[in-house]
Design a protein around this ligand. Structure first.
Ligand code: EPS
Length: 401
């Protein structure tokens, strides 16, 4: 497994973020613009903090791409932090004279409930929670989105598209249209909340303005939809090959994400089997070649049965808790003294749910690109395509002979 791996490095106010993705076949057309477009999507959303005005995230390829095509070698991408110039003393990797006497400026010891601050200080035995929060910051997700953009390019070659939209924010539900638009992101991205419901959007904006005044924050839920998948990615044979588990791990690792549902999710537990399981019927016609010329009458399963894709759209719901930095701080302790204190108020966002959808798309793309290359193999894009075409031709003629 794991034919496609990725890792990220970087502190929120350090010089740069780094993203390394490995296992992408050679010969995939890839431009910095393909990645930067996704980074720009992650930066949008009503309710973001001032940092998003400072940064204009963009990558430089350090390796793995030549003349606009991947080489099959690790692709390393550098994303410089524009804010670094304001933090270079505080984040300087080299020791400074004043460290011994005064310590670094902007220490954070009034640890924030809900953030990694306190557990991290204990675990890594640090005096300053900045040593923890700089890496725990959701700034790291920029590097995930960069890797995800490469995975998305690969999937696009095979007609697989990934979109998302916000379906809930801080107690406000957004009504989903009966039929989702063909291009979900083209419809959702122009909305400041990335929602498809204009009424809900206005209420969400009002809520965010109110929470901002109150020094408070909001969470919410995004729906991620993947179309164009073939039947047969993932496997039922062992726990760690099951695609549902692999997706859950990737998605729930996103900062502040507390839950993920597949298809009907929690609501399936309250229904009977006859209501939940999607009936299967023959489906002749070219568009169903990827599903072996069958289709489900419904998609309660959200595109996965037995940890394997069915070829129906993959549908995930991803829940994010409210951001844990509150401008009107909660009670905590001072990690220096152990005494009661009010939590530190670092610059932050009121909500980042619209961005979370973009990050969830990226993590989904990475898991699916891994499962896709695992199934179809190949060191070059052409080889991957030959293997894919042979499989589709095989499953689509299964019932015709
Ligand atoms: C983020 C950058 C951060 C935060 C946010 C996400 O920038 P700064 O800390 O300089 O304001 O805005 O991180 C958090 C909400 C958090 O709790 O760490 C980004 O690039 O997405």
């Amino acid at each position: 497994m794991t034919r496609i791996r990725f890792t990220t490095a970087g502190e929120s106010h350090g010089p740069a973020l780094v993203s390394v993705i490995e296992g992408v076949p050679a010969g995939l057309a890839l431009l910095a613009a393909d990645v930067n477009r996704e980074l720009a999507r992650r930066q949008q959303g009503y309710g973001r903090g001032r940092r998003m005005q400072i940064e204009q995230d963009a990558i430089e390829f350090l390796s793995g791409v030549r003349a606009g095509e991947t080489l099959g070698s690790p692709i390393a991408m550098l994303i410089r932090n524009k804010d670094w110039k304001n933090w270079s003393e505080i984040m300087d990797p080299a020791p400074r004279e004043e460290d011994a006497t005064e310590g670094r400026k902007r220490q954070l010891t009034r640890v924030r409930p809900g953030h990694a601050d306190l557990s991290g200080v204990f675990k890594y035995d640090r005096a300053d929670a900045r040593d923890i929060l700089e890496r725990a910051s959701a700034r790291e997700t920029t590097a995930r989105v960069a890797a995800g953009a490469v995975a998305r390019r690969l999937l696009a070659e095979f007609g697989i598209t990934i979109g998302s939209h916000v379906v809930h924010l801080g107690g406000i539900d957004a009504a989903a249209p009966e039929v989702l638009p063909a291009d979900i992101n083209a419809a959702a991205d122009p909305s400041p909340l990335r929602t498809l419901d204009k009424n809900a959007e206005a209420q969400m904006i009002e809520l965010i303005d109110k929470l901002k005044k109150d020094g408070n924050t909001a969470g919410g839920i995004c729906e991620v939809v993947v179309r164009g998948l073939p039947v047969g990615l993932g496997s039922h044979v062992s726990w760690d090959r099951k695609l549902d588990g692999r997706l859950a791990r990737a998605i729930v690792s996103i900062p502040a994400v507390k839950a993920m549902e597949i298809g009907a999710g929690f609501s399936a537990a309250r229904k009977s089997g006859a209501e939940v399981h999607d009936e299967i019927e023959p489906a002749p016609g070219g568009e169903f070649a990827r599903t072996g010329h069958v289709r489900r009458r419904t998609n309660m399963a959200g595109g996965l049965e037995g940890g394997i894709t069915t070829g129906e759209p993959l549908v995930l719901h991803v829940a994010m808790k409210p951001i844990s930095t509150l401008m009107r701080p909660l009670a905590t302790i001072d990690a220096k003294t152990g005494e009661a204190a009010a939590a530190a108020a670092e610059r932050s966002d009121v909500t980042a749910v619209p961005a979370m959808g973009v990050i969830a798309e990226a993590m989904t793309a990475l898991v699916l690109a891994d499962a896709f290359t695992e199934k179809f193999g190949g060191d070059s894009l052409d080889e991957l395509r030959r293997n894919f075409d042979a499989y589709i031709s095989h499953i689509s003629t299964r019932f015709s002979s």
